[in-house]
Design a protein around this ligand. Structure first.
Ligand code: 0O2
Length: 207
């Protein structure tokens, strides 16, 4: 095993770029079909990104692995990253089911950090999928991470990310506690909004 040279980077990143394009197209079709069938628009917005070389190498280093192609493919699960931000809690689970129903990729693993939030207070539904890509007449499965969350969860995660990145050292305990308390308040807000949504739906479904 050797450190990654520039040709290997180019070839590897191309594969992830193709996977991102395929996933964008597939999601567009799945969501439009859902909207057509139900009249419901569950998605507020979608953010996509390819992790930069610098971030990939930093993550490998943080995890204690050598900087090789094999290790990138084995240990970095979010080179292709999608974040789907939904309006209501029920929309998150609708989106999860829509994605799982696709025959065009495999589910590798999933984590429901909404039912079981991280100790930090982080909530989101994570789906890691495998996208089939044909390269040089060979079939390969390329991984992508999809984070699905409500607007409220996204608000918390974005600000938490900003605050933590500004800190030169580990986060102080009292800040940790305050962030957790904000996350709990946001959870209540999501539940209240869901309740209101359910009431509104009862009225609109009657029509
Ligand atoms: P970034 O900059 O958002 O990409 P791994 O994927 O290998 O890091 P693991 O445990 O398999 O590790 O993945 P996990 O925990 O399911 O998902 C990691 C990602 O979730 C993070 O990616 C964040 O995007 C998000 N996340 C997890 N915990 C927190 C948290 O406490 N606060 C915030 N704001 N986001 C969180 P990265 O690569 O760490 O960061």
């Amino acid at each position: 095993m050797h450190e990654i040279n520039s040709t290997e980077w180019e070839k590897m990143l191309l594969k992830y770029k193709f996977a991102k394009t395929m996933l964008e197209a597939e999601l567009k079709v799945l969501l439009e079909e859902h909207e057509f069938r139900t009249g419901n628009t569950p998605v507020e917005h979608i953010k996509t990104r390819l992790k930069s070389e610098t971030s990939i190498l930093k993550k490998l280093e943080d995890k204690g692995y050598e900087k090789t192609v094999e290790n990138v493919e084995k240990y970095i699960h979010d080179i292709v990253g999608f974040r789907i931000v939904c309006s209501f809690l029920s929309d998150v689970y609708d989106i999860v089911n829509i994605i799982k129903s696709s025959k065009n990729f495999k589910i590798k693993n999933e984590n429901d950090y909404i039912k079981n939030p991280k100790d930090t207070g982080y909530s989101s539904y994570h789906l890691n999928i495998l996208i089939p890509i044909h390269l040089e007449q060979k079939l390969e499965y390329v991984e992508a991470e999809i984070q699905i969350r409500t607007v409220a969860m996204d608000f918390w995660a974005s600000l938490d990310h900003k605050l933590q990145y500004k800190l030169p050292q580990d986060i102080p305990v009292y800040l940790e506690r305050e962030l957790l308390s904000c996350s709990n308040e946001i959870k209540l807000m999501d539940l209240k909004m869901q309740h209101l949504y359910d009431i509104v739906k009862k009225y609109t479904d009657k029509k």
